[in-house]
Design a protein around this ligand. Structure first.
Ligand code: AMP
Length: 592
């Protein structure tokens, strides 16, 4: 049930699962509601449900939330409610620790502002030519999202003027502190108009951050999600580091490998539910979706079908899955990592009911691995990293299952008529018994490897098969460092990354590649219809380095990060100088 605590006297405002709050309850501008619907958000995340009303009231606020909780929209929605699109002056400054985050935040605000004509967001960060940013700022923009150093630079040049700024937002304030931006933050805040709203988001609250709040905020309200003590069900929990584009493929491999009779898959948005259902159905799985847009009758139909086993995979949002109680769900897929730690516990609790065995699979993309770490910490549970099963693994498992059926036939029935028939046909057609057995096995197993590339799986999935998992994968499935039964699993993720998993590391790893690697930034991404395979192909083709040397390729809407070995970085950047990928000019530089 809902637990919302309002303690205005104590300046503390906390809450737990925000079951009943909908976006429609938050008095939002219709245009924002439309955007939120289009983005597929079903309901506000807990931090949004709590933070949006406080900000809309005009209060200063400290939001204790980390990435993955929906914190960007938590401050962007009330900000957009306040911004006047006709006024072309800068009205809000958002400070972020890294260039990557600044770009991401600007992208998210643009999406939320899709139906608000005239709102312009400009990201400014070091490493990009300042003249380009100046041009963009001069065109008139209301929201600037930037790293502190570059924002100060623009303020000095007076290309950012602060007289009309009514909102200042510090995003990931503790990270900015870790990166040595304390003075810059203070200088920027002290130059903003006295009459303003100041919001601060920080996962942790070290003393220096508290001091900033005391100095630069007026009577701030603290908003955080109060966590309940939860009992984590006894479920085997595995996670897989994947790339966004391989999630469906990995899910299918796991479905084939474990053959759960009934499974539930959880997505964070309605849109993702529909997409996944389409993908699974297209690949021949009996999947149906459940989310808030469904009418009661459709819901009932889907649920009946799932209860009777006609639907084997129920794909749902957290909100839609609330209250569902189906006894024999054998596997839960966290297709998206949940936005709230509590959701994780609720999700995996759908399996292993009434003493049954259950298994939970979570897919993490890039830095979501840190969200998973938080979940493990909060839930005091162990989620074991696993290698993605290879196509060979799947083929072997399928063959094994068929062989079990064959064994049953051999021991349980009289096959003499069939033996005679095969002998006759072998003579007529000049087949060996091995030919016949292999062909029948292939037919019984259905489509194999070739089918995967034909079915629209990205070309570079082959790389995934060659090199192992996405993100950090050089090791290769089942090969170095992994064993089929989970291998390095028990050592936990911190050790795997070779560091203590500190916040400082989290921060560095965004900008730096893995050990011995340099992280490069490329100014094209998914929006340009580029796939990781295109980037890999261009780098290998242009620079002559082996594709095997290229590390993690993290794609975002408008840009991509790619890791290359330190010793090859210059060679790659030089070779890519005049290169085009899918006909588009690209710019590549070291990520800052
Ligand atoms: P953040 O914590 O801001 O980094 O957000 C993590 C991801 O959650 C982003 O991809 C957001 O677009 C997405 N997101 C934000 N709010 C919601 C919501 N209410 N429902 C589903 N997804 C959301």
């Amino acid at each position: 049930m809902n637990l919302l605590i309002f303690c205005f006297a104590g300046k503390e405002y906390g809450g737990s699962m925000t079951d009943t709050i909908r976006f429609e309850d938050l008095n939002l501008d219709d245009r924002i509601l439309r955007a939120v619907t289009e983005m597929g958000f079903e309901a506000p995340s807990p931090i949004q449900a709590q933070a949006i009303p406080v900000q809309t009231e005009g209060r200063d606020m400290i939001g204790q939330a980390q990435t993955g909780t929906g914190k960007t929209a938590a401050f962007a929605i009330p900000l957009l409610q306040k911004v006047d699109p006709r006024d072309k002056n800068i009205q809000a400054i958002i400070l972020c620790p890294t260039r990557e985050l600044a770009i991401q935040v600007a992208d998210e605000i643009r999406k939320l502002a899709k139906f608000m004509h005239g709102v312009k967001v400009t990201p400014v960060y070091g490493g990009q030519e300042i003249s380009r940013q100046i041009r963009s700022l001069k065109d008139g923009c209301q929201i600037v999202v930037g790293t502190p150093g570059r924002v100060m630079d623009h303020m000095r040049r007076r290309t950012i003027r602060c007289d009309h700024v009514h909102t200042a937002i510090l995003d990931e304030a503790d990270e900015m502190l870790d990166m040595g931006f304390l003075e810059d933050m203070e200088t920027i805040l002290s130059q903003l108009p006295e009459e303003r709203q100041t919001l601060m988001f920080s996962a942790t609250m070290p003393d220096q951050i508290r001091r900033i709040a005391e100095t630069f905020q007026k009577d701030p309200v603290t908003v955080r999600v109060v966590k309940k003590e939860l009992t984590v069900p006894e479920v085997v929990q595995y996670y897989y580091e994947v790339r966004r584009d391989t999630k469906v493929e990995v899910m299918c491999r796991l479905l084939d490998m474990y053959s759960p009779k009934l499974s539930m898959a959880f997505c964070n948005t309605k849109r993702q539910v529909d997409e996944l259902v389409g993908e699974l159905q297209g690949r021949g799985y009996f999947a149906e979706g459940l989310h808030g847009d469904l009418k009661q009758m459709q819901r009932d139909r889907v649920m009946n079908s799932f209860r009777t086993g006609a639907t084997e995979i129920l794909v749902a949002t957290d909100v839609a899955a609330r209250g569902i109680d189906v006894g024999n769900v054998e596997a839960v897929f966290n297709y998206d990592i949940p936005q709230d730690d509590e959701y994780y516990v609720h999700r995996i609790g759908r399996t292993a009911r009434a003493g049954n065995k259950g298994i939970a699979f979570s897919f993490v993309v890039g830095r979501e691995v840190y969200k998973l770490r938080d979940i493990q910490r909060y839930c005091r549970t162990k989620i074991i990293p696993q290698a993605i099963p290879s196509l060979n693994d799947i083929t072997e498992i399928k063959a094994e299952k068929i062989m079990d059926q064959v064994a049953e036939q051999i021991s349980g029935s009289d096959l003499s008529r069939m033996v005679n028939l095969i002998e006759k046909k072998m003579l007529e057609r000049d087949f060996t018994s091995m030919d016949v057995a292999a062909a029948l096995l292939k037919m019984a197993m259905g489509e194999e490897n070739e089918d995967i590339s034909e079915s629209g799986v990205p070309r570079w999935l082959d790389d995934l098969d060659r090199y192992g998992r996405g993100g950090y994968g050089r090791e290769g499935r089942g090969g170095r460092g992994y064993s089929r039964d989970g291998g390095r699993g028990d050592r936990g993720w911190d050790e795997r990354r070779g560091r203590g998993g500190s916040d400082a590391h989290r921060d560095r790893s965004r900008r730096e590649g893995a050990d011995g690697m340099v992280r490069l930034f490329i100014n094209i991404g998914k929006d340009q219809n580029i796939r990781p395979g295109d980037i890999l192909g261009a780098i290998a083709g242009e620079s002559g380095i082996s594709g095997k040397l290229v590390g993690s390729i993290d794609m975002y809407d408008g840009y991509t990060f790619v890791d290359v070995p330190e010793e090859n970085a210059d060679q790659v950047m030089k070779a890519m100088k005049n290169a085009r990928i899918k006909g588009k000019n690209v710019r590549m530089e070291v990520a800052h």
